[in-house]
Design a protein around this ligand. Structure first.
Ligand code: SAH
Ligand code: F3S
Length: 481
C-alpha cells in the first residue's frame, strides 16, 4: 500500500555512463512528481546529449543542474524550493554552475523564479524542451533565459529518450500530453496545456525498440490515457472539425492497446492513468483479450460522494464509477485496482467523507495514493470555492482513508496466500540482498529468495505470507544453474 504517490516525495539524480566522453559537459538532472516528469527527463537527457552533455549523479561535479518539477500540491513546490536553496551552497563554491527549473512549476511560476529564487538561470516549461540548446546559449552569455510556451502539437515523438536510472526491465513511453478535463482542484491543465496524442506508429516503434534492447515491460503514459485519439495530428478538442476520412480512420486507446500488444507479444504492457469518464468497454475487452496486457487499472476516484464529484467537475458520479468497477470485474476477472483520493475538498461534510469510506468498502482497492486537498493557484476551486476544511480535519479524514486502505490492501493480499503468481523480477529487494523483488500482473509487489534469478526473469512464486504492501513466497523452480 502506498500512503502517498510517486509524485512529490521522489527525486532521482541520474548517472549515464558513456565511453569516450572525457571533456564533455556534465548534467545533473533531478526529477520530481509524476511518471510523466520522469519520462520527460529522459527526453531532456536525449536532447542535451546531442549538445555534448553526459549525465552525472553527483551534483557537485555538474556544469548544469536541472530540476524537473511538480506543482500538483503545495508540498511538492516547497520541496523544490528547499532543494534550490541547497544548490545555492554548491553554486557559491562553483560560480560557473548553471541551475535550471523545468516542468510544471517552471510553467506556473515563470519569470517570477528569477526574483524569488535568485540562483535560477533558466526556466523551461514542459512543451519547450526543444528550445534548450538556444536557451543554454543565452545563459552561457550570462543572461537569464525562459521559455514557457505551451504547444498544440508537441509530442516529442521523434526523440529517442535516454533511459535514465532504470532497472533495464521496465520503461515509460508517453502517448498523450496535456489534459482537457479541468477537474476543479487540478493545476495540470494549466501547466501542461491542451490534450494531444502521439502518432501511434512512433509509439509502436519505440516499444519495439525497447523490446529489442531487452526491456520486458512498458508503461504507456498520459494524464488520461483513455482519451487517446489519433486522427493524423491535432488537438483532441478539434476532432469534430477533422475530415470524415480522418475521423473514420481514427485510432483510439483500445486500438492502440491492440497494436502494441500484437507488436510485442512477450512484453508486459501497462498504462497510466485511466479516467473513469473516458474508459470504454472496448478498452476493457482489449485488456482481457491480450495475455501480455497487465490485469491492473489505476482508476482515480477522488471522492465517494456524488455531490463532491460534481464540485470537482469529475465526469462521473458515485453510481457510474461503481458500475464501471462492476464491468471491470466482469470483463477482466482478477483485475487489480488502485485509487487516487482527496480528503477535505472545499465543502466536504462528514457525510461526504463517510461516502468515500463506504465506496472504498464497495471496491476494496488493492492499494491507493491518498492526499489531503491542497489549493492550487488559478484553478476553479481556488478562484470560486473557499478552502474551508481545517487542516486538522483534512488530516484526520486522510488518516481514516489511509487506515481503511491498509485494511483492504491486507485483505486483498491475503487472498493470494497459497496461490502461485507470475512475477517479473525488477531487482534486489530493498530489505535484503538475498531477496529479489518484482510485480505480479496486478502490480502487487512480491519478494522472494534470489537463488540464481536475474532482473528481467519471469518467475512462478508460491505466496506463503503477506503484509499490506507485499507478498512473500518461494520460487517454484531452482533458477537457472
Ligand atoms: N490524471 C493524472 C492526475 C494527475 S494528479 C494522472 O495521470 O495521474 C495525481 C493525483 O493527485 C490526482 O488524481 C489527485 O488525486 C491528486 N491531486 C491533484 N490535485 C490535487 C490537489 N490540488 N490537492 C490534493 N491532491 C491533488
Ligand atoms: Fe488533473 Fe483531472 Fe486532468 S486530475 S490531470 S485535470 S483528469
Amino acid at each position: 500500500m502506498n500512503t502517498t504517490d510517486q509524485h512529490d516525495e521522489t527525486r532521482q539524480g541520474e548517472a549515464l555512463v558513456q565511453e569516450g566522453t572525457a571533456g564533455r559537459k556534465k548534467l545533473y538532472l533531478e526529477s520530481y512528481g509524476c511518471q510523466m516528469n520522469f519520462s520527460d527527463s529522459e527526453i531532456v537527457a536525449s536532447l542535451l546529449q546531442k549538445e555534448g552533455y553526459e549525465t552525472t549523479n553527483k551534483p557537485e561535479e555538474a556544469d548544469l543542474v536541472l530540476l524537473n518539477t511538480c506543482s500538483i500540491r503545495d508540498k511538492a513546490e516547497q520541496t523544490v524550493r528547499k532543494r534550490l536553496h541547497q544548490f545555492n551552497t554548491i553554486k557559491a563554491k562553483k560560480p560557473g554552475l548553471k541551475v535550471g527549473v523545468l516542468g510544471c512549476m517552471a510553467e506556473r511560476v515563470r519569470e517570477k523564479f528569477f526574483e524569488e529564487e535568485k540562483l535560477v538561470d533558466l526556466v523551461v516549461g514542459p512543451d519547450a524542451y526543444r528550445d534548450l540548446p538556444n536557451l543554454l546559449d543565452e545563459i552561457d552569455g550570462g543572461r537569464k533565459a525562459v521559455n514557457v510556451l505551451l504547444s498544440k502539437e508537441e509530442t516529442y515523438d521523434d526523440i529517442e529518450p535516454v533511459r535514465l536510472g532504470g532497472n533495464g526491465v521496465s520503461a515509460f513511453v508517453s502517448i498523450t500530453r496535456g489534459c482537457d478535463n479541468m477537474c476543479t482542484f487540478c493545476v495540470v491543465p494549466f501547466t501542461r496545456g491542451r490534450e494531444r496524442s502521439r502518432n501511434p506508429q512512433t509509439i509502436v516503434d519505440e516499444v519495439l525498440g525497447l523490446w529489442e534492447k531487452g526491456y520486458k515491460e512498458v508503461t504507456l503514459l498520459g494524464q488520461n490515457v483513455d482519451s487517446y485519439l489519433w486522427y493524423g495530428g491535432g488537438l483532441k478538442k478539434d476532432f469534430e472539425k477533422a475530415s470524415s476520412m480522418a475521423q473514420a480512420s481514427a485510432v483510439r486507446f483500445a486500438d492502440l492497446l491492440h497494436q502494441v500488444a500484437v507488436a510485442v507479444p512477450h512484453m508486459r504492457i501497462r498504462f497510466s492513468t485511466s479516467n473513469p469518464q473516458d474508459m470504454s468497454d472496448d478498452v476493457l475487452h482489449a485488456i482481457a483479450a491480450h495475455p501480455n496486457i497487465c490485469k491492473y487499472i489505476h482508476l482515480p476516484v477522488q471522492s465517494g460522494s456524488s455531490r463532491i464529484l460534481k464540485a470537482m467537475n469529475r465526469g462521473h458520479n458515485r453510481e457510474e464509477y461503481l458500475a464501471l468497477v462492476d464491468r471491470i470485474r466482469t470483463i477482466i476477472p482478477g483485475c487489480g485496482l488502485s485509487q487516487d483520493l482527496i480528503a477535505g475538498f472545499p465543502g466536504e461534510t462528514e457525510e461526504d467523507h463517510a461516502q468515500t469510506l463506504s465506496l472504498m468498502d464497495c471496491v476494496k482497492y488493492d492499494f491507493g495514493f491518498m492526499f489531503f486537498y491542497s489549493e492550487r493557484p488559478n484553478t476553479y476551486a481556488a478562484r470560486k470555492l473557499v478552502d474551508d476544511i481545517p487542516l486538522e480535519v483534512k488530516k484526520r479524514r486522510l488518516a481514516e482513508i489511509i487506515e481503511r486502505q491498509q485494511q483492504h490492501s491486507l485483505q486483498r493480499n491475503q487472498a493470494y496466500v497459497g496461490q502461485v503468481v507470475e512475477v517479473l523480477v525488477e531487482g534486489p529487494s530493498k530489505k535484503s540482498p538475498d531477496d529479489l523483488f518484482g510485480r505480479t500482473t496486478q502490480n502487487t509487489v512480491v519478494v522472494f529468495p534470489k537463488k540464481n534469478y536475474q532482473p528481467g526473469d519471469f518467475v512462478q512464486v508460491l505466496v506463503d505470507r503477506c503484509t499490506p504492501a507485499t507478498l512473500l513466497g518461494e520460487s517454484l523452480t531452482a533458477g537457472v544453474e
